[in-house]
Write a protein of this length. Sequence first.
Length: 309
Amino acid sequence: MPLVTTKDMFEKSMKEHFAIGAFNVNNMEIIQAIVDAAAEENSPVILQASSSAIKYARINYLRKMVEAAIEEHDIPVALHLDHGPDFETCKMCIDNGFSSVMIDGSKYDFEENVELTKKVVEYAHSRGVVVEAELGKLAGIEDDVNVSEQDSMYTDPAQAQEFVERTNCDSLAIAIGTSHGAYKFKGEAKLRFDILQKVKEKLPNTPIVLHGASTVIPELVEMCNQYGGNIPGAKGVPDEMLHEASLKGVSKINVDTDLRLAMTGAIRKVFTEDPSAFDPRKYLTPARDLVKATVQHKIRDVFGSSNRA
């Protein structure tokens, strides 16, 4: 099956009340793990690359690896730019075969965000590519995103409606309390489902996206620390909250940190248990397996997208 846009998968998710996992990719093993997991679960899936991932892996390599993955499986797969920082990056990805792009203008004031998003939408739509935009700022640090807690803010539902109407974006990332990275909450985890409900009331036909939504799975953090890591106090969004979000109208849930933890934990375990190991296949194979298991857990137990392909 060729790459698809997110249009049909989001329409189905809104109608049937489940979310689609958008998993960040950096290399071959992560791509294989995600697509193999989605295929086994018969689930649609979004592979997304940040501008940092593109700089690391190079856009041609990423695209070709994704093309290889979709040749092996018959499930809907979208290739998405995560947190596009500017028009030029979005244009580069559109011109290189991405089926979806995100323009993140949340760092600008409202009017600047509107104008930048409109520019990307016009270019993308004329080439059959869909656009995700963002309104409201998420705290935390991940790749090129760095927003302090005091600078973060919740999305205003009325403003969200105006933004979508003026930009014609296809989906909207909103801020309801999630954050980027492994340190999402200092105290009790809390998401503003009241804001989500108001946004959905005003935008019933617009797919809503949740960024910074890794669980920061405790077992994976413990595994990293057990085998020489130093990740104290990491805390993410509980699976139960993410599942509730999927039932209450979130169509796309982003996952990056959990995949990083799985890969790092598995590699650390091999190096600790066998210090003589130096064959990349010996430590990347269990890493790939644990990433795959993590993705399957998300699809099956949290997002509810199994057997929705």
